[in-house]
Design a protein around this ligand. Sequence first.
Ligand code: GSH
Length: 202
Amino acid sequence: MLILHDHLTSGNGYKARLLLAQLGIPFKRIEYDMHGATRTPEYLAKVNANGRIPVLELDDGTCLPESNAIIWYLAEGTKFVPEDRLARAQALSWMCFEQYSHEPNVATIRYWITHKVEMTPERVAAMPGKRAQGIAALGVMEQHLAKNKWFAGGRYSIADIALYAYTHVAEEGGFDLKPYPALRDWLARVAGQPGYIPITQG
Ligand SMILES: N[C@@H](CCC(=O)N[C@@H](CS)C(=O)NCC(=O)O)C(=O)O
């Protein structure tokens, strides 16, 4: 059986949990705390040398880290990956956007707040920039969603899952979603997809 090395509040872990639920694939979940459990010598040697969750462990023991690689692997050959070559590349483009422009800002601020992370001088100094870049990323999504129902290929795909994970809980990080009506409609569309589960479900 597949094993997901995970943490329940993690949006990155949730991407995999949501897709596994929607694909109807059973899996076992191993929960780690975010205070060093993914940095032990055993974890670094056996699960992920980069010291992070989520990691998908396959039946033969192969460990696949990085949330977007995990959902791509799981979705390959299913309706969740666009068939058209350009649409597939557009899905990848949005998933790269998610990792570079969205997650490091929207998710990081949420993590600092909800996990009551110590606000060191470095974090205090980084906060305004991260806030501004998070707002900019939400604006880019709003622009796209004002004209498109989904992120790639004209239907719900792994690009939507990747972007949904931290956007739907962005308000926990103090991001006001009221100025983004198209984005809020899209959040509701994703939550209405068959097999949807909330981030709180393991
Ligand atoms: N790019 C990675 C990011 C993974 C990541 O940042 N994981 C966090 C939780 S969401 C983590 O494991 N933090 C614990 C640590 O860094 O020690 C992905 O998309 O999976």
